[in-house]
Design a protein around this ligand. Structure first.
Ligand code: HGY
Ligand code: MN
Ligand code: MN
Length: 412
């Protein structure tokens, strides 16, 4: 194993146990809960170890600065404030989906700190700040809106709406954060000239290409819709089938319709989350709530897909005597990463360029500043699952690639 791969493994082993579920082997690192707070402490310790001051934007996002936030050098960072602009931002997120994989998020942060080490060991002398970010609630697994932290930073979500988002226990984002989120901070976001996020690939394209590292070209448009189905709760034993208004029937048909309509369009539709009331073995449900995650290569395909699923669900609801309410919870427009930056990095790294159906903070920041993504090969191609994987050697290759990109963007 190379020295860098060993250093990666040592850093990785510091966080690997945090929030890991002993039974599934997956991670339960919900935003601002104990495991994720523990990782935030680790983030601060990594920064401190490198003499990188850490700031927050009042939204729960963390920023470790190599260059100003009063650490001053490198470059003109000493000018402070917006004058110390041109910063190169990198990093990712620390939170996970329920029983998610180890690499989705943290790999981008561990790699960023190690890339700073590589640059320093090579004697690099950045002429503008290099900043490592940890964005809060990227997965939306606790408060329901993905990329919540980066959407707050860029002003894509209203801080009052964010403040009122609640988790399954009814805890609001503001309560979990300990304050009303500050919202957009142009004085901060204007300081960043580019953002490069390194992330484990959530697919097998790099396996098929035989490449350890790739560059993202685009993110599919995608969104989340809540389907609320209301029927009539009743006794499982005494209620005749003909007398039932059973929302579970409408739910079952909706799931099948989503699968079929997605296949017909070469799109992706998933119903992976459902809540049943009263959720009793011997009771006909009164309500069933489920969430549709829909994604497609083009916005019009996505719109048609969701409209078709909605129409099929409504038709079935009429047959079942149930009531349907569909509420959009989040929408992410298509992201085409900065073509010039993407091309420059693909050439620099001699790496393949590939689209993704997965959302990322980079997809949010791409609306505000030149943004790129690097992917690290995932031998299983599986993600949002304990089966997500990456080898230490490929992770080391990712660190080298990120260091080269940061050197290219911050040292010239
Ligand atoms: O859902 C997504 O695409 C991302 O992993 N948050
Ligand atoms: Mn994810
Ligand atoms: Mn992610």
């Amino acid at each position: 194993m190379s020295d860098l791969a060993s250093r990666f493994r040592a850093s990785w082993d510091e966080i690997a146990p945090v929030g890991r579920d002993a039974d599934s082997g997956g991670y339960l690192r919900y935003a601002l809960t104990a495991p994720e707070l523990r990782l935030r402490e680790w983030f601060r310790a990594q920064a401190e170890r490198r003499g990188m001051p850490v700031s927050t934007d009042g939204n729960g996002n963390l920023f470790a600065w190599w260059g100003d936030q009063n650490g001053n050098p490198p470059g003109d960072a000493g000018q402070g404030g917006a004058a110390g602009g041109g910063a190169v931002l990198t990093g990712s997120h620390l939170d996970s989906v329920p029983h998610g994989g180890a690499y989705d998020g943290p790999l981008g942060i561990v790699s960023a700190f190690l890339a700073v080490d590589e640059l320093r060991a090579a004697g690099a002398d950045p002429v503008r700040p290099v900043v490592v970010a940890a964005f809060v609630e990227e997965e939306g697994a606790r408060f329901g809106v993905p990329c919540l932290g980066s959407r707050l930073l860029t002003g894509e979500i209203d801080p009052d709406r964010a403040a009122g988002l609640r988790d399954a226990a009814g805890v609001s984002f503001a309560d979990a954060l300990g304050a009303r989120p500050a919202g957009a901070d142009p004085a901060l976001s204007d300081r960043f000239a580019t953002f490069v996020e390194l992330h484990v690939e959530q697919g097998r394209a790099l396996v098929d290409a035989g490449a350890p590292v790739g560059v993202a070209s685009a993110i599919w448009p995608h969104g989340r819709w809540r389907f609320e189905l209301r029927g009539e709760g009743n006794h499982a034993g005494t209620t005749r089938m003909a007398d039932r208004r059973d929302p579970m029937l409408t739910f079952a048909f909706t799931v099948l319709a989503a699968n079929k309509e997605a296949r017909l369009r070469g799109a992706h539709a998933t119903v992976g989350r459902v809540a049943v009331e009263p959720n009793a073995t011997n009771a006909v449900p009164s309500t069933v709530t489920c969430w549709l995650d829909a994604r497609a290569a083009a916005p019009e395909t996505l719109r048609e897909l969701v409209e078709a699923v909605h129409a099929k669900a409504a038709e079935r609801a009429r047959r079942d005597g149930t009531e349907l309410t569909v509420t959009p919870e989040s929408a992410t427009p298509p992201v085409a990463f900065d073509a010039g930056l993407t091309g420059r990095l693909a050439e620099l790294l001699a790496a393949p360029v590939l689209p993704t159906g997965a959302g990322h903070d980079a997809g949010v920041l791409a609306a505000r500043l030149p943004t790129a993504m690097l992917f690290v090969r995932n031998p299983t191609g599986v993600s949002h699952s304990p089966a997500e994987s990456a080898t230490d050697d490929d992770c080391a290759a990712g660190v080298v690639a990120l260091a080269r990109v940061l050197e290219e963007l911050a040292c010239r």
